[in-house]
Design a protein around this ligand. Structure first.
Ligand SMILES: Nc1ncnc2c1ncn2[C@@H]1O[C@H](COP(=O)(O)OP(=O)(O)OP(=O)(O)O)[C@@H](O)[C@H]1O
Length: 269
């Protein structure tokens, strides 16, 4: 075994993977590198980081769910916790969100709402616990993940391509979804020239472009005017009626009348 393989296996063991399974994963990884005629370092990056990534993937079991049937579980967290170095942000989060349901995550500033949503999206690794979710996930981060030098149409094409959509379909879907938020993207306008609220509309459309089964929204209405805010909640209810599962981080108590369950993260720290 190479030095990389040794470090990889050692990190798997340190992360609690059973010895037989760790050996099997190490051999499979070495084989993949050999088949690609590449050094594992070049193909997978540093051994310890790849081991952590793999363990996180293994702990994130995909729920075998698709389609719009109501009532099926789209997201399940069991005993999920997060620590940053010595600081425990939260522990023991159990949450289940089903198709046709809207869940709100609430709690004081800094209690870990955005961290929890990133964990649900698979972008942050939990320190403890297990996550199961459907494969088709849309994530709308708090800070718009858009590029200032692209137009809205270019965003639609780019994000659509990542989901395997043809350019024309991406653009027409994006424009249709934008219209639901009372926005008609101008053909040549760069995103950097859009208002904050309009950029946030783009962010929301991009999260929904590929018709995900599960939508994860981190305070998605920042910068919206009153009319757009109401359009947004109308849209949430449309998603729910279409059998999607929605998780929304919110600070606004009056939002809670629209949701099926409220998870107070402040209460579990
Ligand atoms: N990458 C990181 N490294 C270290 N600490 C982090 C990291 N990301 C978040 N934190 C810390 O974790 C805690 C939770 O942060 P998070 O942004 O999830 O809280 P929040 O409830 O969403 O806050 P807010 O309501 O202000 O948006 C904070 O103390 C934050 O400083």
């Amino acid at each position: 075994m190479s030095g990389w393989d040794h470090r990889f296996e050692a990190e798997l063991l340190r992360l609690g993977v059973q010895p037989g399974r760790a050996r099997q994963l190490t051999e499979e990884t070495a084989q993949q590198a050999a088949e690609s005629a590449a050094e594992p370092d070049g193909l997978f990056g540093p051994a310890h980081l790849y081991a952590r990534h793999l363990v996180s993937e293994l702990n994130t079991a995909a729920l075998p769910l698709s389609g719009g049937e109501k009532g099926q579980v789209r997201l399940r967290l069991t005993g999920v916790g997060k620590r940053y170095r010595r600081r425990t942000v939260f522990t023991g989060v159990d949450l289940e969100v089903r198709s046709g349901e809207v869940a709100a995550i609430v709690g004081a500033n800094g209690c870990g709402k955005s961290t929890l949503l990133r964990i649900c999206a698979g972008l942050t690794r939990p320190s403890t616990g297990r996550i199961q979710r459907t494969r088709r996930v849309g994530f709308v981060p708090q800070d718009a993940g858009t590029a200032g030098w692209l137009t809205a149409d270019e965003h639609f094409t780019l994000f659509g391509a990542a989901a395997g959509m043809a350019p024309r379909r991406s653009r027409s879907t994006g424009e249709h979804l934008a219209a639901r938020l009372a926005w008609r993207p101008a053909r040549r306008e760069l995103t950097q020239h859009l208002s904050g609220g309009t950029r946030q509309k783009l962010n929301l459309v991009l999260g929904e472009l590929h018709a995900p089964d599960l939508l994860l929204l981190d305070e998605p209405y920042q910068g919206f005017d009153q009319g757009t805010y109401l359009d947004f909640w109308k849209q949430v209810l449309t998603w729910r009626d279409a059998g999607r599962a929605v998780v929304v981080v919110t600070h606004l108590l009056h939002d809670l009348q629209n949701v099926d369950q409220v998870y107070d993260l402040g209460a579990v720290a």
